[in-house]
Design a protein around this ligand. Sequence first.
Ligand code: GLN
Length: 441
Amino acid sequence: MKTVDKLKKYLVEIKKNDQNGKKINAFLQLNPDVLKEARIIDEKIKKGKAGKLAGQIIAIKANINVKGLNASCASKVLENYKAPYDATVIQKIKKEDGVIIGIANCDEFASGSSGETSAFGPTKNPIVLNYVPGGSSSGSAAAVAAGFCDMALGSDTGCSIRLPASFCGVVGIKPTYSSVSRYGLIDLSMSLDQIGPLAKNVSDSSLLLSVIMGKDEKDSTSQEDKKINLNEVEKTPKDITIGVLDFVIKDKNIQKLIDEKVEEVIQKYGWKIKKIKIGNIDLAVETYYPMVYVEFFSGTRKFDGRRYGKKIEDAAGPEVLRRILGGSEITKAEYGGRYYHNSLIAKKIFSDELAKAFKKVDCIVSPVTPKLPHKIGEKISVEDMYAYDALTIPHNLYGNCALSLPIGKIDGIPVGIQIACDKFQEQRMLQISMAFEKLNS
Ligand code: GLN
């Protein structure tokens, strides 16, 4: 099918069910030039000169700069802020002829786990409409799940690609920290943020990941390791030892689904299994927040109303304000760096634990999240909201790669398994994930 024809179908569907009908609210803005851009790509395809992403229609989270489109971070603060340049990941997508369909809704400044903190209204879960889609890359996951695009970019600081992928029944990847350039990503927490892909399956996610990875001189933390070989990703690896995370979650049904899948995979491929304990894993959330508050506070000082949009303290919602207030308190001289410093110490301890674990096993699997999503608008406490991320945060603290793969449903609600590998082991992670995915077909 021509890119233009596929695009037109998506645009009809968006009109029907994003803005009207089901009112999913996955998009904050559509790219006004998208049809023109798709036609150019079709010409290139005809001439045999198109790049790796030719024909792919891609949604971009609202905290990533796409030149000429709104990088609002789903906030009133940057409501009318037009991105003056392309983030490195966008340059790479354009170079490989991906077509950017629009800007996806998210939690305000990527702060949240449900998609409800967006200043432009929550996104609905396309699979179970009255439930949250998970955040913060809510619009990115919902757009893929609703059939509004082929793939999307999100960002993940503590959960934000994997959690919405899990709740919406799509694949989401948090790459190794530093493997994808953050240049042009508006920070939540610079030492944890990573941009990554969401798509309908492992193969499409691998393709997008292979395009966006790599060292970038504009992001001094970025590094290059091995490139992903897409042919290798298809191959089921032998002699794999799966580490099953030893962590008790309250929802026994979620754990049962995970255990069944692991059992199936080891039966089918003759892989081995080992229980993995990560010391103090129940303190991961507590470790994470002081860092996020402090780094977010620091990163948002530029939103003083002079250069970009409105002053953040005047225009942001309660979750963003909580973080700014928390960050400004924690960084006061009288605390002598106590909280931030201790968080960094705990981060190092987690990292050592995970590094040790990955020496014993090829991957660590767990549920993506310990519980199912809540209903949109249902009041849940801040602690309960933060608790969604108990199993995803450890991998941000260490900085390794982790993927969320749909493995079934409970009461019609999608459930994902998290498959995590050591730093720069993306290829291995994709192979293992594809092997799990093959069980579904
Ligand atoms: N829920 C976490 C937070 O609010 C993670 C968000 C994210 O990964 N962007 O900080």
